[in-house]
Design a protein around this ligand. Structure first.
Ligand SMILES: [Fe+2]
Ligand SMILES: [Fe+2]
Length: 490
């Protein structure tokens, strides 16, 4: 099948002002926000980032919003949804106040001017703890202008934060998986903040709370300085299953559609976020949901392939926790039924990228399929080295383009029909943390599929699974998940 994709080899570069050079070379402007608050280890959730104006809204201790994180549940250009938590079961109110940030607005005005808009939201009890999960959505955001906002209720507002405007053309996002709650996890957040993407993706295994709900609170508190200023989207991993099929995860994040499997267009890319079966385990409802999800994925990818053929979008990107193929030592897909089924869909509809986690390594493939290089296949980026821990490699497959045992994240720039990716390590070669210095450890570029390939991949969805196939997929998925629960480190 014809293709014009050209993965590039690794290019070694010195870690000097890489971000700025990457942006300038890509033609993306550096005009940023009025301030650049810190993420991760460099700041604290309660006071905002360095240089952020203070003093106009002091949260009260009892009902102070905490664990604030941004996402979108509707139009990625004109809306943003904020989620946060308050201690106790008395609802102080759920509001977001917001307004645009014109270029001439000072830091003092950003923090202290009255807000021109307010939206109400909803609160529900946080799963497993005496707290409330709040969510409210800002609508009608002006293209090209950052938005300033605060959340909470009268007498208990957060401090003021700023989210960047959604770009109109080229955009950037970051991806990593397997985050955790340690110094490396914070270093990865610092790295994401340093490259200032338009949003970032965590491909599962977020907090490693494993049913310990205060640990979820701790993770969101650490995430807050970054995710309240850069929207975050995620897919659930096997460690999210620990809360009775992902109950805590589903309660705490606000995302499109069902929240744990969903799809959306961002610019010229259609993103499909899948559970990859990771929530199957102790909750019987998730069994039926996996079968429904496979049917949903079939329809969603078929529709996306047809839209790509008509020129509506240029790329299709799948995000899930589980790798399709992996060279991590001691790991293998371990779930032939689901891998064959899912990968069949990726190959049938010409998915361009599969962004995954789970294996605590960094490994990027050439275009592949069925465990071997395949010119018209998908590129898998296994980014499970996002902080939690690192593992080693076994024998390296023919499809592998780059392997690294480094704490890292990947930045993707989508500029029309060209997608460029750079993977940044936040550590040194001995895995000691690099104190904010980023080192490029991988780089590749793909061109959108040409019109002939797009037409060939534009197919009608296939029928749903029969009972026999359904039984096999569920049995293998339960077995895989049980094995991974026992073997995966924190
Ligand atoms: Fe993990
Ligand atoms: Fe995992």
């Amino acid at each position: 099948m014809p293709t014009n994709r050209k993965p590039l080899p690794l290019i070694a570069r010195p870690p000097v002002d890489l971000r700025r050079r990457f942006l300038l070379r890509a033609g993306v402007g550096l005009a940023g926000l009025p301030w650049l608050p810190g993420c991760g280890s460099g700041s604290d959730a309660s006071s905002g980032g360095a240089g952020e104006p203070q003093g106009c809204a002091v949260p009260t201790a009892a009902a102070a919003p905490r664990g604030l994180h941004a996402s979108f549940t509707g139009d990625p250009v004109s809306t943003r949804t904020l989620s946060w938590f308050t201690d106790g079961l008395d609802d102080p109110g759920t509001f977001v106040e917001y307004g645009p940030v014109p270029p001439d607005m000072s830091g003092q005005q950003i923090a202290c001017e009255p807000f021109p808009a307010r939206a109400g939201g909803q609160a529900q009890q946080t799963h497993g703890v005496d707290a409330l999960t709040h969510a409210a959505t800002m609508v009608g955001l002006q293209p090209g202008l950052p938005v300033r906002y605060r959340v909470g209720a009268p007498g208990a507002w957060s401090d003021v934060r700023v989210l960047p405007a959604a770009p109109q053309g080229a955009f950037r996002f970051c991806h990593f998986g397997d985050h955790g709650r340690n110094e490396a996890s914070l270093a990865v957040l610092d790295g994401v903040q340093a490259v200032q993407p338009d949003f970032f993706i965590i491909a599962g295994d977020l907090s490693y709370a494993n049913g310990d709900h205060p640990a979820w609170d701790d993770w969101f508190n650490r995430l807050d300085p970054c995710a309240s200023r850069i929207p975050m989207l995620s897919a659930p991993g096997n460690h999210e299953e620990e809360d009775n099929g992902g109950a805590a995860y589903k309660n705490r994040v606000s995302q499109p559609g069902l929240g744990y499997r969903y799809s959306f267009d961002y610019g010229n890319v259609h993103f499909v976020f899948s559970t990859g079966g990771s929530l199957v385990g102790r909750n019987i409802a998730q069994d039926a949901d996996l079968i429904a999800e496979l049917a949903w994925m079939e329809r969603t990818l078929a529709q996306a392939s047809q839209r790509r053929a008509s020129g509506e979008i240029d790329f299709i990107v799948l995000v899930q926790h589980y790798t399709i193929w992996t060279d991590q030592e001691g790991r293998e897909p371990a779930n032939a039924s689901l891998v064959l089924l899912e990968e069949g869909k990726l190959l049938r509809y010409g998915v361009d990228l599969a962004l995954v986690g789970h294996d605590h390594i960094y490994q990027r493939s050439v275009p592949m399929g069925r465990n071997r290089p395949r010119e018209d296949g998908y590129i898998q980026v296994a980014g499970g080295a996002g902080g939690s821990s690192l593992r080693g490699f076994g024998s390296i497959s023919e499809w592998s383009a780059t392997e690294a045992i480094r704490y890292c994240f990947t930045e993707y720039l989508v500029d029309g029909p060209r997608l460029t990716a750079v993977t940044w390590a936040v550590d040194r070669e001995d895995n000691s943390l690099a104190g904010g210095e980023l080192t490029e450890i991988d780089r590749f570029e793909i061109q959108a599929r040409d019109s002939t390939a797009r037409r060939l991949f534009a197919l009608e969805p296939q029928p749903d699974l029969g009972a026999e196939e359904t039984g096999k997929v569920l049995a293998h998925t339960r077995l895989r998940n049980a094995l991974h629960h026992r073997s995966e480190p924190l």
